[in-house]
Design a protein around this ligand. Sequence first.
Ligand code: ATP
Length: 227
Amino acid sequence: MLLELNQVETFYGSSQALFGIDLQVSKGEVVALMGRNGMGKTTSIRSVFGLTPLRRGKISFMGRDISAMPPYRIARLGLGLVPEGRRCFPNLTVVENLLTSARKGEWTLEAVNELFPRLKERSQQQANTLSGGEQQMLAVGRALMTNPELIVLDEATEGLAPVIRQEIWKAVRELKRRGQSILVVDKTLSELLPVADRCVILERGRTVWQGKPDTLTAELQDQYLGV
Ligand code: ATP
């Protein structure tokens, strides 16, 4: 087991956002974290990374209790985040963005450039001159450069042109093929379900369903994901 959330409860000030999240990701597994808007997906991810600390419950990563660890220590243990809204360093070049986070492992500059050839073409450009899609690729590349045990993608294809979305999904499938463990939030079920080994559905801050994608019936989709 890589990541395990056990009955996690998280608050924003006095307002409770998570009421009991259970979630597991095993090594080599791709887990889709699902649910309608505002059900707690991003807050669950923020809790994992120590960005919105949990108040009750427990989070373990590779057998260590990370519930009360500061974010920089959690990241160092081998968790890579591609946050909603990307957040690259705007005044650094593409290559500088990639190298600032680099740690030894299979994901080198060459490997990331091979995954996203556009980043190679743009390597000397400042990140703030990239298109939204290219910035998203850079955010994925930067997380990979840390050579994470687990990479977490929060809405990585949101708001992007269809052709760029395709490039991101192609990269996700390549990561899976290489055995990378992935926790992924995305609204495009037609792309998400084929790549997922398991789905976890949240509703109002609770885990309400878990199972393989082929057992996620139309009724369940209607009940938990429909608008
Ligand atoms: P989305 O797909 O819209 O990002 P989500 O499933 O990721 O939704 P969260 O963003 O985790 O959901 O939100 C869970 C709950 O926490 C919601 O009720 C939301 O209003 C609340 N919430 C989120 N961020 C904050 C914040 N900074 N302050 C107060 N409440 C917040």
